[in-house]
Design a binder for this molecule. Structure first.
Ligand SMILES: O=C(O)[C@H](O)[C@@H](O)[C@H](O)[C@H](O)CO
Ligand SMILES: [Zn+2]
Length: 299
């Protein structure tokens, strides 16, 4: 039996921390604070954090093969040069929906950057419904739209054989799967893999482990849960000392550690007193399972 340890490694006070991504080359964790309009990079060796301000809510960040990063900022897919903090727009979506912004995003095994949109929230999980869509940015900077009618586009990842795409629309309270064609980037045959239980609250960010099991961060549920997408059963629950757990990824040496982001927005003064680490970055060790390296955008 492994003994699980949970530690707040960075008290960042994120309003809404999201999109943790491990960058092996720099031993760092990248993440964003969406409403604070910041992309952050935490060096796990020096424990120092660098922050790059951008001009709109930034909802996800990913590695780029050419160097630097890509990020979803407002309704734009962008390239981000870390050295000079410059942003270059690659494509824009939802041009007719001025109240929309991107939400969670991740790169697929072929180097396409997937991200979905949502209406801007008036409070956490309070928003005009069915305004979002799911998109991907191909390496040639063309954008493909998959479907619309999304509430809060969230957690996404691909099966280890690249034949399944996993996806969460948070307000459906389910984790879904599609057949995935890696060659073309097409998805089909949507079905439900897991329905969250009441105390698990709202499914948010998600990642896959090296055994093909899914880890879902439960917003307001203060936990990450491990799911078997083949049986639809929950295998494990790991509780964290904050309620607003937003997303998770594996990182560290051999991807043996899990990193979890969290949020402060929507908490009252009493809640913040009880959960002073809300908005922090958490490291979970001793899970006994590894993750896989993130893919890099190929354009
Ligand atoms: O990061 C996200 O996915 C959303 O932008 C956040 O606002 C919350 O996580 C959401 O409210 C929970 O459903
Ligand atoms: Zn999210």
């Amino acid at each position: 039996m492994s003994s699980i340890k949970i530690e707040c490694v960075l008290r960042e006070n994120c309003r809404c921390g999201e999109s943790p991504v491990w960058e092996e080359a720099s031993n760092s964790l990248l993440f964003v604070d969406i409403p604070a309009k910041k992309v952050c990079r935490w060096d796990s060796l020096s424990k120092q954090v660098e922050r790059v301000p951008v001009d709109a809510p930034v909802s996800s960040v990913a590695l780029r093969k050419l160097g630097g990063y890509v990020a979803t900022i407002g309704t734009k897919f962008c390239a981000l040069n870390w050295e000079d903090q410059s942003v270059f727009v690659l494509a824009m979506v939802d041009k007719d929906k001025t109240n929309n912004r991107f939400n969670d995003g991740k790169v697929d095994p072929a180097g396409r950057y997937f991200a979905g949109t949502m209406a801007e929230e008036t409070a956490p999980a309070v928003l005009e419904r069915h305004q979002g869509s799911l998109y991907s940015l191909f390496p040639d900077h063309n954008v493909k739209k998959y479907f619309d009618q999304v509430d809060i586009s969230n957690g996404l990842d691909w099966s280890l054989d690249h034949k399944i795409f996993y996806y969460i629309d948070s307000l459906s309270y389910s984790v879904d799967a599609f057949d995935y064609d890696l060659q073309t980037g097409q998805i089909s045959n949507r079905r439900i893999v897991y329905k969250l239980e009441k105390d698990e609250q709202i499914p948010d960010g998600m990642c896959i482990d090296a055994e093909g099991k899914l880890w879902v961060a439960c917003y307001n549920g203060g936990r990450v849960i491990r799911l078997d997408p083949e049986t639809g059963k929950r295998l494990q629950t790991v509780k964290l000392p904050v309620d607003k757990t937003t997303s998770c990824c594996f990182g560290g040496k051999d991807y043996c550690e899990m990193y979890v982001t969290s949020a402060r927005d929507g908490m009252n003064a009493d809640g913040l007193l009880r959960q002073p680490d809300a908005g922090g970055i958490f490291k979970i060790t001793g899970l006994g399972v590894k993750g896989i390296a993130p893919y890099s955008y190929a354009g």
